[in-house]
Design a protein around this ligand. Structure first.
Ligand code: DGI
Ligand code: FE
Ligand code: FE
Ligand code: FE
Length: 187
């Protein structure tokens, strides 16, 4: 599937704002893939579809998590986490994308996971730093992403965890596992 076909397929599933975000993530992820040597075509398709399920009704996502035997602890945490694994599943069923590397990058784009692949890392960090993002600390992560992908991911996760804690929100364990795995291997 090429870029323009993929964008045409994802567009009806997104709002205008989310579509612009998706293009920002795609361009950023492709640039990072080139820089760090990830498969560019796969990274591009994963980025285009990373938020495919963002606007699915919560009930539909909850049913898929249960029926497809996804980790049920997801249901105890923010529904904001659900569109990532559910998106990977729906992109496979509805878009016919079966490449596990592409599906992994969609599945883990919100929480990350320990020992992420290069494609997963490129999509994960592009989602955080794409040009449309303007939250505190993003510029530091943008700069770090040009030097060290893992350190950029650690910084972004630190920011996310701090942000959630300030709002008194629970943090999904996988987010901590991802953070820990990177910090441990870099100290
Ligand atoms: O879909 P996007 O907005 O582009 O970005 P995303 O998929 O990375 O994150 C979506 C939301 O998920 C974001 O508002 C913060 C939230 N989130 C990320 N990690 C965690 C989390 N929420 C909880 N409760 N726990 C987490 O670990
Ligand atoms: Fe997302
Ligand atoms: Fe993200
Ligand atoms: Fe996103």
């Amino acid at each position: 599937m090429n870029r323009s076909k993929a964008l045409e397929l994802v567009k009806p599933h997104l709002t205008e704002h989310r579509y612009v975000h998706t293009i920002g993530v795609t361009d950023t992820a492709v640039e990072l893939a080139g820089k760090y040597g990830a498969d560019i075509e796969k990274t591009e398709i994963a980025a285009i579809f990373h938020d495919y399920a963002k606007f699915r009704p919560k009930d539909e996502m909850r049913s898929i998590i249960i029926e497809q035997s996804m980790p049920e602890d997801l249901l105890e945490y923010s529904s904001e986490l659900w569109h990532a694994p559910v998106g990977a599943y729906l992109v496979k069923c509805e878009m016919g994308i079966t490449d596990e590397e592409i599906l992994g990058a969609i599945k883990y784009h919100t929480s990350g996971r320990p020992n992420m692949t290069l494609i997963e890392k490129c999509v994960f960090i592009a989602d955080y730093i794409e040009p449309g993002r303007a939250f505190p600390g993003v510029e530091e992560v943008r700069q770090m992403a040009q030097q060290d992908l893992d350190k950029a991911i650690a910084l972004s996760l630190r920011n996310t965890v701090q942000f959630l804690m300030k709002k008194n929100q629970p943090v999904y364990p996988a987010t901590f596992y991802t953070y820990n795995s990177i910090v441990k291997t870099h100290n």
